[in-house]
Design a protein around this ligand. Sequence first.
Ligand SMILES: *Cc1c(COP(=O)(O)O)cnc(C)c1O
Length: 485
Amino acid sequence: MPQLPLHHVFHPDHADHYAATLGEGLDHLLRQLKGVAGPATGTTPAQAAERVAAVDLDRPLGDTGQVLAEISRLWLDDAVWFHEPSYAAHLNCPVVVPALLAELFVASVNSSLDTFDQSVGGTFIERRLVEWTAARIGYGEGDDPDGVFTSGGSQSNLQGLLLARGRHERVPAERLRILASAESHFSVQKSARLLGLGDESVVSVPTDERHRMDPAALERSLAACADLGLRPMAIVATAGTTDFGAIDPLDRIADLARAYDAWLHVDAAYGGGLLVSPTRRARLHGIERADSVTIDFHKTFFQPVSSSAIIVRDRATLRPATWHADYLNPREATNPNQVDKSLQTTRRFDALKLWVTLRTMGPDLLGEYVDAVVDLAGRVHERHRDHADLAFAATPELSTLVFRYVPPGPPMDEKESAALNTAIREDLYASGRAMVAATKVDGVQHLKLTLLNPMATVEDISGVLDLVRATGARLAPRPVLEAVR
Ligand SMILES: *Cc1c(COP(=O)(O)O)cnc(C)c1O
């Protein structure tokens, strides 16, 4: 019988193979990184699909060099690079190197954080980070906070609402309501579906001119629920909306949550980075009154995906996430098993990334990165807000800029303007020179810059806006331009 080739297994006997493989990979990645010429190459879905489809997965290449070359062809050569200063589309951050060092250990050792007997120290590293985050939130005397790392803000929001649901086990689903601002994240709606509450269970609370939940409107909604015999199961306040970075008035919302005995969940997936900001922590004032909080470390803590957490004020409220399995975490188990708090079972040791980041850089420096991107958004807005061909929808609250390109000349109708702005975005992607996002404001098509790169300068982002303006002028329908001449 031929020997089974076992050198692929991570094992001390194969240390040389491991080191050589990773070394080859690192060289390849660095070569690739140094060759990056822009945030994207403009590859179309059809082109990308065709290359991937051509691979025969049943015939391995065998050789690492060939595999790396293929990865480049299928992915890296056309990847979207978040460290590029003209990448300003979605809520993606460039990642910090200490977290990447940790990632190597996370994947190689492959601890699973569901039980103590699969992670040992890992369980306590995660617990310390949960405690640290809870302390940053400001839970204090009389609170007994806890929480767990999750795969992302969507899962954290789902769990927060599951815990809220757990307080009303005997209330039929059709009588429960979740109140969230009209600009809250769509994962609130999806969570309601997953919890069997139905789309109509989410009450959309109007926002003010700065896109924050209007507390007077919230109070009216709560009163209306009470009148109809409905139970306000949870209020979701957003600390940093995805489009505008708006932070709902947490303190006033907390007063109303208390008055109506509703669970308060704060979705700080985006704004959570303010917890470490040396200058802007006060913007999250009131977050310490939340029953549960979502923090996405993979957004404003510059961590690689995935890294997120749900933090709760009272550990007893985590009970709806607990299930005892005889083979894993039996009721009589005395070990500290994180699975008792998590919606996942097998779970990555993502916490190590934040740990190594904090132990290398410290929280203040991370907070200065957050400040840098918020400052950047403000400065770019100041520089461009008077340009007649750019119509900003709002003054930036965190690090996004929402605007439309408006060509000089007679006003365009809504459809033309939407088509032009969409065309600008597509043209920029196709050119590979910049990436911007799109959104709608009250149904009107806009463009959006999300700035999460602390290395990007005002000049870099001004360059992106100038590119938008030049592209808009080039693509604007003829009559508009002729009218100007
Ligand atoms: C990004 C975001 C989410 C979802 O988080 P994921 O990590 O993408 O699942 C939830 N809420 C807000 C406000 C967000 O910006």
